[in-house]
Design a binder for this molecule. Structure first.
Ligand SMILES: Cc1ncc(C[n+]2csc(CCOP(=O)(O)OP(=O)(O)O)c2C)c(N)n1
Ligand code: SF4
Length: 265
């Protein structure tokens, strides 16, 4: 089925600015689901609030648009009630790791079977460009007019430390890699985290004089490298992409069902 057949076109035109990376993530998520042969009825997408969180509104799956930072809390409830469904949670960096940070670490710790996608544009896009926990040190934002003095989380290290059993990173430039990673993440049995570096030309790009959306994507091309490449040793500033963790571990909903069965028999 073509991508357009997965879209709720009654909600178009979408709210994303020209050049925003979030539409690229949506297209590739649909491609991954299509290639996995999943039925629309098998998929639930849950989001909070933000430009990125508008994604589930535009796609024809079961969808839930909830509160800022609470997408994972709702998603956990859905997965516990209907464990056979594929639960996918697209979030912004603020949504996932600022107000939603606590939900994030605990969902990872429990290793509950769902796919968390963090669309990292390094800023709060929807509310006008405030800095987020993923804004790199020294970068400009409307709330950091001389450059932020906060240090950013490394999403991959945070997810690993919190116990996620699948952890990956890609960018909106690396579209084929993104589809492959989404497919692996959706099939993984456990808490899967995918960070996608996504451009916000309107706020992060403009505040930091990074040029057009195309120039921001060229930056992703030139400043990232496949995980394990020797080039990282030569230039430690390069950001690694690819799959960092993929492990089979006890999964929360299966264990919960087994526990109930054991005590009912
Ligand atoms: C409880 C609550 N606090 C704050 C807000 C305001 N708010 C809406 S979206 C947002 C941040 C959006 O940034 P991010 O999650 O990074 O997504 P982006 O818009 O950049 O895709 C904030 C602070 C809100 N809606 N609800
Ligand atoms: S403000 Fe930024 S994140 Fe929001 S739609 Fe525009 S480009 Fe995308």
């Amino acid at each position: 089925m073509p991508v357009k057949d997965y879209l709720r076109r009654r909600y178009f035109p979408h709210l994303w600015c020209a050049g925003c990376g979030h539409g690229i993530v949506m297209g590739n998520l649909i491609r991954a689901i299509e290639q996995l042969g999943l039925e629309k009825n098998e998929v639930v997408m849950v989001s909070g609030i933000g430009c990125s969180s508008r994604l589930p509104g535009y796609v024809d799956f079961h969808t839930l648009h909830t509160l800022h930072g609470r997408a994972l809390a709702f998603a956990v409830g859905i997965k516990m009630g209907r464990p056979h469904l594929k639960v996918i949670v697209p979030m912004g960096d603020g949504d996932a790791l600022s107000i939603g940070g606590n939900h994030f670490i605990h969902a990872a710790r429990r290793n509950i079977n769902m796919t968390a996608i963090i669309m990292n544009n390094c800023i709060y896009g929807m509310t006008g460009g405030q800095f987020s926990p993923l804004t790199p040190f020294g970068k400009m934002a409307t709330t950091a007019t001389r450059g932020t003095i906060d240090h950013a989380f490394d999403t991959v290290e945070l997810a690993k430390g919190a116990g996620a059993s699948f952890v990956a990173r890609t960018t909106t430039y690396h579209v084929k890699e993104m589809v492959l990673i989404f497919k692996e993440a959706i099939q993984h049995k456990g808490f899967a985290v995918v960070e996608v570096l996504s451009q916000c030309p309107t706020y992060y790009g403009r505040k930091n004089r990074l040029g057009s959306a195309v120039e921001m994507m060229a930056w992703f091309k030139e400043n990232t490298i496949s995980v394990g490449s020797k080039k990282k040793k030569e230039n430690p500033e390069l950001i690694e992409r690819g799959i960092f963790v993929r492990e089979e571990r006890f999964e929360y909903t299966s264990n919960y069902e087994a526990l109930i069965e054991r005590h009912q028999s």
